[in-house]
Design a protein around this ligand. Sequence first.
Ligand SMILES: CC(C)(COP(=O)(O)OP(=O)(O)OC[C@H]1O[C@@H](n2cnc3c(N)ncnc32)[C@H](O)[C@@H]1OP(=O)(O)O)[C@@H](O)C(=O)NCCC(=O)NCCS
Length: 403
Amino acid sequence: MSLEIRAIEPGEFEDMRRAMGLVFGSDPPQGDSRFERVLPFDRTRCVFDDGQIVGTSGAFSLTMTVPGSQVACGGTTAVAVLPTHRRRGLLREMMRAHLDDVREHGEPIAALWASDSAIYGRFGYGCASICHDIEIEIGRARWNRLAPDPAPARLVDRADALELAPPLYDRLRAVTPGFFDRTPVWWEDRSLRDSEPYREGGTGLRYVVVDGEDGIDGFATYRTKPAWDLHGAGRVVLRDLFAATPEAWSGLWSLLVNQDLVKTTGGGLRPTWDPVFDLLAGTRRAKATRLDALWVRLMDIPMALEARSYSSRIELIIGVSDPIGDVSGSYRLQAGTEGAECAPTTDEPSVWLDLEDLSSGYMGHARFRELARSGRVAGDAASIAALDSAFSWDPGPWCPEIF
Ligand SMILES: CC(C)(COP(=O)(O)OP(=O)(O)OC[C@H]1O[C@@H](n2cnc3c(N)ncnc32)[C@H](O)[C@@H]1OP(=O)(O)O)[C@@H](O)C(=O)NCCC(=O)NCCS
């Protein structure tokens, strides 16, 4: 068996897509263009066995919002190894080639969504945001007496959605860690993709907006999955919902909860701070299942730590252990609300942690004191508490789209 790892040529994309389809258990639908127009082929790293693709991986070139700023990010994607070639180290070799590519691009972080949360810690990625899969029983849902009156929402068509949604998304992207830039092609082929095979028995996408003074203040997309019994047992499956004002949040959620012939409304990828919990009378009316969302790996610790903002002053030395060795070492971090400096040092650290956990706290998700309680972070208690207050950020990280 002669194995080779390299980027694909444009003519080899169909072979790559066939391999991904075999692994992810789906036959790519005719005309599906989720990758062709947005994935740089020269950033793929595929394994070829005697000329045939048996492992796939790639990187989107993204700009990711982090606390107080935006950074270039290698968006790890399309990771798959054929069932015939599993557990022989192909993933490990592809990740090596992929992370080399991210470093060569000068991107301070890499990020991904994991099919299984046990895979990527060994490569220094940490769970950097949590999302909620929400389920609301419509018959029991009432509006909270303190919730703002719902702003009027209106249905629009896809062409209007493609024009109206991006400016609102970009307003939120400027301040929300975990949002990444979407090009017009990305909006068309990924964010608002609505081809038949992806509907899973649901209707086409419905697009809803709430008007604001300058453009829209709220945007949502959803499908309905009809189910006919005597009471109407359908389900509203939410895909997107984001808003810039309390009235717009209230308007969108109110529309989605006040549906006829439907028993439940819900969907995944909701931020942990979704206002719906406070808009409903009784937080038990919305059930939330907690899931890991965006995973982040710091590729260059000084570059990444200097790029973000901090909630309070901090000066300390951290000892970082990278499971693949690239950035292991001690680093002095001096940071405050006005900026940050970070550099390698030979001085003794006051906190020791794995790169997985530093990456997990990077956007404000992980609490270092909690990690210390479980024995993952070690060191001086005051330094660990200082890390928590400096790294915390509002709003908490939310990545609204799987890539
Ligand atoms: C996950 C997948 C890519 C692993 O590929 P592989 O070539 O078999 O992995 P490797 O042999 O290189 O294993 C590397 C390490 O990951 C571990 N690992 C592999 N798959 C794992 C899984 N699903 N869960 C937990 N650990 C896993 C291995 O045990 C090994 O650990 P070690 O080196 O620390 O001992 C492959 O099984 C696959 O394609 N699965 C389906 C698609 C998928 O889940 N892709 C990931 C998308 S984010």
